[in-house]
Design a protein around this ligand. Structure first.
Ligand SMILES: Cc1cc2nc3c(=O)[nH]c(=O)nc-3n(C[C@H](O)[C@H](O)[C@H](O)COP(=O)(O)OP(=O)(O)OC[C@H]3O[C@@H](n4cnc5c(N)ncnc54)[C@H](O)[C@@H]3O)c2cc1C
Length: 499
């Protein structure tokens, strides 16, 4: 029997995962990727002797113990190297001269909070209880085991039963936005600690989930950076017989009689296939390439009303200094603000790549200062390269001045500077408005599900961060698994995986 063919648009983690599961199920697969390397948002780049990581901050489920590990093994991600986190992050409040480590040791974290914020005892206890509650079951695959379209009542019952000890921490008030949850907190530092632990709009259950992974020793960082991680999926894809064409930008999706039949590349060449799977920016695929012809109210509403994550501006430095005592990720509530776009920022986040020798030569380090910022500002600025570069320079100067006060002598030791703005993220991956995780997971959207097919269009599927309620490594890997499981179901085939 001749194998059916699949074209996948985009060789990010979502596209690679889709390709891997498609090959496991005997499809012939070609990925077209516009960049010369895989991974999309999970990207690293070299600046002299330094490796700048502009992607993934942390990852869960990379080692035995959680169901998620099975999926890491399937796509080859278990071959990447990880460093376990015993501290999720450090929070330094310069306005009150206090600091706290968000420790994997929940007793310690609770005691530290109680001694710093005794007047918020009730909320502290509730917060820790939620985190412990999440760790009572293996929730790493909750809601992901199968595509929602294929879940039957008996599957849901099995899921609820498996996760019964943690279930209540996903329901009712647990879905309250962190912003609302913190409204009655008395101590401003405690309030901000929770608000900026991830994003203020996410449900409190989301923070519990992340911290429960830290608590279970299942959250880590990538020892060799994001590109190395992407390469592990690429290796798996190639080993299974997939073809990936780099520097091949898809301009259009070919449709005949409401059936996707192939793609056209930027250079005009056309390629046909039995199925087309988009693993690129959802808006571009649905509303530009397919001209918005295959949508329903759900899809229109999602793209019109769901918020997307605010993009980052990342300022990285290669420094001839070691930062041995620093925690890998540190949040500052600072007294002297930094002006980013049109906003005075009093929250400064620093990533210290001090957990591995992959990023800098011995005795040196990479540090990265990240701010959330508005897309429009940077996009408008990018139209005038001179002004855009001047703005980046001004920002670098401010950040160095700020760093100098905290790390005296650093100015002289900076050997490399790199700035990635929301425009950079867009130019590199073409994700709408530089949204590095797709849709923002809010109380309303967190438990929703996103269809992988478009109404009225045959042989077309979507994977990656825009085919899920939000992005993230685990999510987009599952998106690929789900799409191929759905395709197999439609084709009357039993879905297979190989490990
Ligand atoms: C700074 C940063 C920090 C992050 N931190 C975390 C974290 O801590 N934990 C976590 O789980 N996740 C994190 N993420 C998010 C995670 O990396 C993404 O959600 C995920 O990698 C998205 O994968 P994707 O394949 O869906 O999309 P993408 O990575 O955007 O892949 C799409 C690919 O398609 C290509 N492409 C686009 N248009 C075309 C076209 N027309 N033709 C051909 N190719 C095209 C792009 O070049 C890209 O390679 C972070 C991301 C960033 C940027």
């Amino acid at each position: 029997m001749t194998q059916k063919s699949i074209i996948i648009i985009g060789g990010g983690l979502g596209g690679l995962s889709t390709g891997i599961y498609a090959l496991m199920n005997d499809y012939n697969v070609t990925i077209f990727e516009k960049n010369p390397v895989p991974g999309g948002l999970a990207a690293c780049w070299k600046r002299k002797q330094y490796l700048i990581d502009g992607g993934i901050h942390f990852i869960a489920g990379y080692k035995p113990g959680l169901s998620l590990y099975k999926v890491f093994k399937e796509v080859g991600a278990h071959k990447a190297e990880y460093v376990d986190l015993d501290v999720y992050a450090r929070y330094i409040d310069e306005t009150s001269n206090r600091s706290i480590d968000i420790s994997a040791d929940l007793d310690k974290f609770q005691n530290d909070m109680l001694s710093l914020f005794p007047w918020d005892k009730r909320i502290i206890k509730h917060f820790i209880k939620g985190t412990r509650g999440m760790a009572k079951s293996d929730i790493s695959e909750f809601g992901f085991k199968k595509p929602a379209e294929l879940m039957k009542t008996k599957d849901w019952i099995a899921e609820f039963w498996k996760n019964r000890k943690s279930l209540r921490y996903f329901l009712g008030k647990s879905m309250m936005e962190v912003k609302k949850y913190t409204e009655n907190i008395k101590d401003p530092m405690f309030k901000e600690l929770l608000l900026y632990m991830f994003l203020p709009e996410v449900p409190i259950a989301f923070l519990w989930m992340i911290l429960s992974f830290v608590y279970q020793n299942q959250l880590g960082v990538l020892k060799n950076g994001s590109l190395d991680f992407s390469r592990k999926l690429e290796d798996r894809f190639l080993e299974l017989g997939g073809v990936i064409k780099y520097q091949s930008k898809v301009d259009d999706i070919l449709v005949k009689d409401d059936k996707a039949v192939g793609v056209i590349l930027e250079d005009g060449s056309a390629f046909n296939s039995d199925f087309v799977i988009s693993a690129i920016d959802g808006y571009t695929a649905i509303f530009k390439m397919l001209e918005g012809k295959y949508v329903n109210e759900n899809i229109k509403n999602r793209y019109a009303n769901w918020k997307t994550v605010e993009p980052f501006v990342c300022i990285s430095f290669g420094v001839a200094m070691e930062f041995k005592d620093e925690v890998w990720m540190t949040f500052f509530k600072t007294t002297d603000s930094i002006r980013v776009a049109n906003e005075d920022k009093y929250q400064v986040m620093i990533r210290f790549f001090n957990y591995s020798e992959s990023f800098a030569p011995k005795g040196k380090s990479v540090i990265q200062v990240d701010f959330e910022t508005e897309w429009e500002y940077w996009f408008e600025l990018s139209k005038d390269k001179k002004k855009y570069n001047e703005e980046k320079k001004k920002l670098v100067e401010q950040v160095i001045k700020w760093l100098e006060k905290r790390y005296p002598g650093i100015t002289e030791k900076i050997e490399v500077t790199d700035v990635a703005t929301p425009y950079t993220f867009w130019r590199y991956t073409l994700n709408k408005e530089g949204a590095y995780m797709g849709f923002l997971p809010t109380s309303k959207t967190f438990t929703a599900s996103v269809e992988k097919e478009l109404p009225g269009l045959d042989c077309f599927y979507m994977a990656g961060q825009w085919a899920m309620t939000t992005g993230g490594v685990q999510t987009v890997i599952y998106s690929g698994r789900h799409v191929i499981e759905l395709l197999c179901h439609k084709e009357g085939k039993t879905f297979k995986t190989l490990t």
